[in-house]
Design a protein. Structure first.
Length: 289
């Protein structure tokens, strides 16, 4: 992989090494309570915060915050149930804070989960002025646990379109575009709850495409003794970003979702069922031996 992302200050390989050392796997922590299983997940919105600051628009990143956690929960076959937020700032700006929290509330509505609490912290020695950071915490209830054990070569990989780069890769985007942005880059992360939950009976695995891009996330949900083929045709804004990035497409796919925010592994016989429920889904590849 090229050093483009590393040069922008993000070392994916080092982060992956740390996760392996800690022994973490999957998109969340699955906890067996006896009668039911729950999934806990936590995430943030990364340096997309800096773009929001630059454009002075704060009513969308709260949606991103919920989406990044709720979409992870879905990958375990769980429905998001409850959400908490952590909002840390140097100095509390009430107008900005209201916009951020309004976005979180909207995100919870889109994810069909409850905002049950949170924490707001003023830390002037940590954050300059009214600079801030966000973290989210989501709990979901397992409905039909994923990934399944019946994944096999010949199963197909289907993609559900993203709404843009979501909340990933912005350190590189900011470097590539030199801070010249338009409002479209703040389009909030698509929340896939209404797509995934009805389709669960027909899904063998789901991969939320976040840090590490396509090739850093799809292997997380398929057996280690299997491989995959996938073909991504970059369109619209993605093609422009790819040209500006000037990196091999495989490497580009190791950073960004490339237009596909959620990838599903499904049996051949269930493709029609998926497309009927998720109208904009598309076959992109297959599982191989």
């Amino acid at each position: 992989m090229t050093d483009a992302y590393k040069d922008a200050g993000v070392d994916i390989a080092k982060a992956s090494q740390l996760i392996k050392q800690l022994g973490f796997s999957g998109y969340g922590a699955v906890i067996d309570l006896g009668d039911t299983k729950i999934v806990l997940s936590t995430d943030g919105v990364g340096t997309k915060i800096l773009v929001a600051e630059q454009l002075n628009v704060f009513d969308t990143i709260g949606i991103d915050l919920v989406a990044m956690c709720a979409n992870d929960i879905l990958c375990h076959g769980a429905k998001p149930h409850s959400f908490l937020d952590y909002y840390a700032t140097g100095s509390l700006n009430l107008e900005k804070s209201k916009e951020i929290l309004s976005g979180i509330q909207t995100g919870c509505e889109l994810a069909d989960c409850k905002l049950v609490g949170g924490e707001t912290a003023e830390m002037p020695d940590v954050y300059e002025g009214d600079k801030f950071d966000l973290a989210g915490f989501c709990m979901g209830i397992v409905i039909d646990e994923l990934p399944r054990k019946n994944i096999e070569p010949g199963d197909l990989i289907m993609g559900i379109p993203s709404s843009g780069p979501h909340s990933n890769g912005f350190s590189l985007i900011r470097k590539l575009y030199g801070g010249l942005f338009h409002l479209n880059v703040l389009t909030p992360t698509r929340i896939y709850v209404q797509n995934i939950i009805p389709a669960l009976p027909y899904i063998k695995a789901a991969a939320h495409i976040t840090g590490g891009g396509i090739h850093g996330n799809l292997p997380r949900v398929i057996p280690s003794n299997m491989d995959y083929t996938i073909s991504i045709k970059l369109q619209d804004w993605w093609e422009d970003l790819y040209t500006v990035a000037n990196m091999p497409q495989y490497d580009f796919e190791c950073v960004f979702n490339c237009g596909w925010g959620m990838l599903l592994v499904v049996g051949k016989d269930d493709v029609d069922n998926i497309t009927e429920i998720i109208n904009d889904s598309k076959v992109l590849g297959a599982i191989t031996s």
